[in-house]
Design a protein. Structure first.
Length: 403
């Protein structure tokens, strides 16, 4: 009988895991199904580009996985029953539209994340998000309708907030763009990276509010912890990501924020037939620090999970190279960027690449990540090993049988 592997979520992590599993395991021994809510692969790392009106190349999952040995199901995952080993999906299937259960032997959970309002009043009602394509498209419409002189406040000056503010300011030079940072702007970067970020924000006319926390969002302004008010016709909320609540509703061990706790092979700490990768998983990285929610973590996590699943099913050695970091690639609009080199555990070192070469480098990284996902049959050579079949229980001896 074929071993049934279901991968839920076809973002950077899930799609990478599915493609790699198909290259590692013999098609006669496994049935790999990839379930995703949307028919396309979404380059989430480019959502700020969508928001300012740039168009991305469509990447239909069905075309990407044609001939790869992975069966695609476009459906919404509504639940996972880890006791009965089944995923509940809602969408068009072989039996028509409706709810269906997909049984698995091994599950790879990769549903990613969305925006995190952090419960700040007014955020859900009035702010925009760029963590998802629908959110980025709504922001695009809103920005397009905004007249010259309109105010935009980007709340959160981490990687996503910095990329959003600079992209908007570069494209819409007629708007007043502000960026709100909880601490000092770019405080996680090297002095060179930090100085460059400040310089580019200055050049683009972005008003930076440091050491500021937003405590309330209204339709036309945001209020800060010290009671000040910043005019904001459009508020973009970029204070981090939150995972979808599906994992938390299962018996899987999760963190307080709903991420699935996994070991070094991305296997669930509580359920050995479940693996989790990407934003949905909490894995420890170098220096015993949790891997951060990023594409930079999600892809190596997916390689690790796929190789571990294949190793366990085929009786081979487990992978021994753990995910680590090399750099943080930050776009500052289309013409500027920062490549901040980091230690294995993601701390900035002195060296950083800036300016146009950094913008070019970042573009190559984004293209490379999408290419890797979109070409599951290329890249690493396929070595499709046979799955070890479970040995039948030894026959009882007459003495045991009569005991
Ligand atoms: C604007 C922006 C810029 C970023 N820039 C960078 C960057 O420069 N570098 C970097 O490393 N990271 C960056 N990130 C973070 C990065 O995009 C995420 O960490 C990464 O996408 C996580 O990958 P994932 O596969 O875990 O999740 P996702 O990419 O979110 O994929 C999850 C998939 O699951 C599907 N899904 C979700 N729920 C369901 C459901 N119920 N049923 C079926 N399918 C479902 C989704 O449709 C999606 O296809 C950026 C993010 C944003 C928003």
């Amino acid at each position: 009988m074929q071993h049934r592997i279901i991968v839920i979520g076809a973002g950077y992590a899930g799609a990478t895991a599915a493609g790699r599993l198909a290259k590692r395991l013999h098609g006669e021994d496994v049935a790999i199904t990839l379930v995703n809510a949307a028919p396309d692969f979404v380059e989430r790392v480019r959502m700020h580009q969508i928001a300012v009106g740039q168009d991305l190349r469509p990447r239909p999952l069905r075309e990407m996985f044609a001939g790869s040995g992975v069966e695609l199901r476009v459906a919404n995952v509504t639940g996972v029953d880890v006791a009965r080993r089944a995923v509940t999906v809602n969408g068009a299937g072989a039996a028509g539209a409706g709810t269906e259960e997909l049984p698995y032997d091994t599950l790879v959970y990769a549903l990613g994340s969305g925006w995190n309002t952090q419960g700040v009043p007014g955020t859900a009602e009035h702010a925009h998000e760029i963590a998802s394509r629908p959110g980025a498209l709504r922001l695009r419409e809103r920005l397009a309708a905004l007249d010259a002189g309109g105010t935009v406040v980007v709340v959160g000056a981490g990687l996503t907030g910095v990329e959003a503010a600079t992209e908007i300011a570069e494209t819409r030079t007629d708007l007043d763009v502000a960026l709100v940072a909880r601490g000092e702007l770019g405080d996680w970067l090297s002095p060179k990276g930090r100085a460059h970020l400040r310089k580019v924000c200055g050049k683009l006319g972005i008003a930076v509010h440091e050491h500021t926390a937003v405590t309330d969002v209204a339709a036309d302004r945001v209020t800060t912890a010290d009671g000040a008010s910043l005019p904001s016709a459009v508020t973009v909320w970029a204070t981090g990501f939150a995972v979808h609540p599906i994992a938390e509703a299962t018996a899987l061990e999760t963190t307080g924020t709903g991420q699935i706790v996994v070991d070094a092979t991305m296997r669930s700490a509580s359920h050995p037939d479940v693996y989790a990768v990407g934003d949905a998983a909490m894995a420890m990285g170098p220096g015993d620090k949790p891997l951060r929610m990023s594409c930079a973590s999600g892809v190596p996590m997916a390689w690790q999970a796929a190789d571990a699943i294949a190793a366990r099913l085929t009786g081979r050695k487990l992978p021994s190279t753990a995910p680590r970091y090399y750099n943080q690639c930050i776009s500052l609009g289309r013409k500027e960027g920062i490549i901040q080199y980091v230690t294995a555990d993601d701390r900035a070192v002195k060296a950083a690449l800036t300016g146009r070469p950094a913008a070019f480098y970042k573009e190559v990284v984004c293209k490379g990540a999408a290419w890797g996902v979109a070409n599951p049959t290329l890249g690493i050579p396929a070595r499709r090993h046979r799955v070890e079949q479970p040995q039948p229980a030894p026959a009882e001896t007459p003495a045991e049988a009569s005991a």
